[in-house]
Unconditional design. Structure first.
Length: 187
């Protein structure tokens, strides 16, 4: 597995090796030992799978606050998405900055979105499926969202009229959510 940093060093693009022949291909999307060897000893406890029927469906920007914060490992298994992570750790030199990565079944890339980052994606095709692992269980009491079009974030989603859930349409601006995460310098 290849581990590539993004412009936000804590957000990684993981690209599994594919082994192909005339029948198709095989890839290992998760390996606890390989991840631990790369310094990513994450306790995945929940797998999620979403289906979006229409192109332009936007899910996010979501977070789960401490003590139930979640790391996520996201991949697109059908269609295509623009996957976005935003640093919202108070004190971070990259606070409010984002990274956007296209995930498709063809490129096989996965995005590791750590705790302290907003996560969201927009579908680039109809009939898109996304699967992701979470390091903590869903907790309604800790569930939060920031507006997809918050001008403070300046994310180019490639659409100005996405299809949103009621929750995402009512989400707060980043400045309104308080400071659920703090930046910690790793030694």
């Amino acid at each position: 597995m290849l581990f590539n940093p993004t412009s936000l060093p804590e957000v990684l693009i993981l690209t599994p090796r594919r082994f192909g022949d005339s029948r198709g291909w095989f890839m290992e999307t998760w390996n606890a030992k390989a991840m631990a060897d790369a310094g990513l000893d994450l306790p995945w406890v929940q797998d999620n799978h979403s289906f979006s029927a229409a192109k332009g469906t936007l899910r996010g920007l979501h977070f789960q606050s401490p003590p139930r914060a979640q790391d996520k490992l996201v991949r697109c298994t059908r269609g295509a998405i623009l996957d976005v992570a935003v640093d919202i750790r108070t004190g971070s030199p990259r606070y409010g900055q984002h990274v956007a990565v296209e995930l498709t079944p063809d490129n096989g890339c996965q995005l590791l979105v750590p705790k302290g980052f907003l996560h969201g994606f927009v579908t680039l095709t109809a009939d898109t499926e996304v699967q992701y692992k979470c390091s903590d269980l869903y907790s309604p009491e800790n569930d939060g969202a920031v507006r997809w079009d918050d001008p403070a974030l300046g994310i180019d989603w490639g659409t100005t009229a996405p299809i949103l859930s009621d929750k995402d349409a009512r989400a707060s601006l980043l400045a309104e959510i308080g400071q659920p995460f703090r930046y910690e310098v790793m030694e």
